[in-house]
Design a protein around this ligand. Structure first.
Ligand code: SF4
Ligand code: SF4
Length: 82
């Protein structure tokens, strides 16, 4: 429960921080700011459900696989996931 509340807070905070930083894409729950994503794949390495692919050097999240653990949000060095 606390983990989900923390994740929700991080997503809301990330949305505020990332506002105006590019074009959001991807799942209904998480988004990747393609303008900020460097394609480093740090998020791919920490995803426990193999939900992230790097396509055209940008992270793309598969919402059907994502279990909303928040690992990718924490791992991204440029805060591109929110
Ligand atoms: S929230 Fe977790 S399961 Fe979903 S894409 Fe990020 S690391 Fe993968
Ligand atoms: S960790 Fe961040 S910058 Fe690196 S590929 Fe994932 S979303 Fe892009």
């Amino acid at each position: 429960m606390m983990r989900r509340l923390l994740l929700l807070f991080m997503v809301v905070a990330g949305t505020v921080i990332a506002a105006g930083c590019g074009n959001p894409s991807n799942s209904a729950f998480l988004s990747v700011d393609k303008a900020c994503c460097t394609g480093c794949a740090a998020c791919v390495r920490v995803c426990p459900s193999d939900a992230i692919r790097i396509i055209s050097n940008k992270a793309v999240i598969d919402p059907t696989k994502c279990i909303e653990c928040g690992n990718c949000i924490e791992a991204c060095p440029v805060n591109a996931i929110y």
